[in-house]
Design a protein around this ligand. Structure first.
Ligand SMILES: Cc1cc2nc3c(=O)[nH]c(=O)nc-3n(C[C@H](O)[C@H](O)[C@H](O)COP(=O)(O)O)c2cc1C
Length: 176
């Protein structure tokens, strides 16, 4: 799919067909994430891949019972890794850059999935402690996004956006 078509076609999908994802497609998605930019190229994030039923069901429960998570073929969980960024950037690395690194990597994964004909939805509503427990993660890894991946079983319409005029703030210096 052409890049702008990917952007236009992407939707949040909350129903998936019981169809597995080809290993090569998953590899491509993860490889695309790895190409994301990061502060100081420190890549201060971690990706957990969950494809067994028990893990997916537990994640759905941890995400305030968002059942569709357990329907997905594979669930990726993106974590910020504060320590990786803190060494070079201190507080700003811990509080900001590692969060940005992880969210950009997740965005790349989401768009790669769309380009491959797969669907996803960015899930941010979950109990962090529960997710950490399910995945047995070290305390330095903070879960930011649960990203279910699978073949869509619904086709919702495009969602509304704010007008550009409202969103954009043109800055012009006086006298120019
Ligand atoms: C930070 C963030 C958190 C979100 N959390 C959830 C969530 O917990 N559950 C859910 O179903 N969708 C969640 N979404 C998806 C949004 O609802 C969705 O992107 C928005 O409604 C626009 O729809 P679209 O993605 O189809 O364009 C989240 C999106 C973002 C960026």
């Amino acid at each position: 799919m052409e890049f702008f078509e990917v952007i236009k076609e992407r939707r949040s999908i909350r129903a998936y067909r019981p169809q597995p994802i080809e290993p090569r497609a998953l590899e491509k998605i993860l490889e695309t994430s790895r190409r994301a930019p990061s502060a100081g190229n420190l890549q201060a994030y971690e990706i957990y891949v969950v494809d067994e039923e028990e893990g997916k069901t537990a994640l759905a429960a941890a995400a305030l019972d968002q059942e569709f998570i357990s329907q997905a073929a594979v669930v990726l969980v993106f974590f910020a890794h504060a320590e990786r960024s803190a060494g070079k950037y201190g507080r700003r690395g811990m509080d900001l850059y590692c969060l940005q690194d992880a969210t950009i990597a997740c965005t790349f994964a989401m768009l790669a999935a769309t380009a491959l004909g797969l669907s996803s939805v960015w899930v941010g509503a979950f109990d962090e402690g529960q997710v950490r427990k399910i995945l047995h993660t070290p305390p330095s890894h903070r879960p930011l996004v649960i990203l279910p991946l699978g073949y869509a079983a619904e086709s919702p319409p495009e969602t509304e956006r704010r007008n550009l005029e409202e969103l954009i703030h043109h800055v012009r210096r006086k006298g120019r």
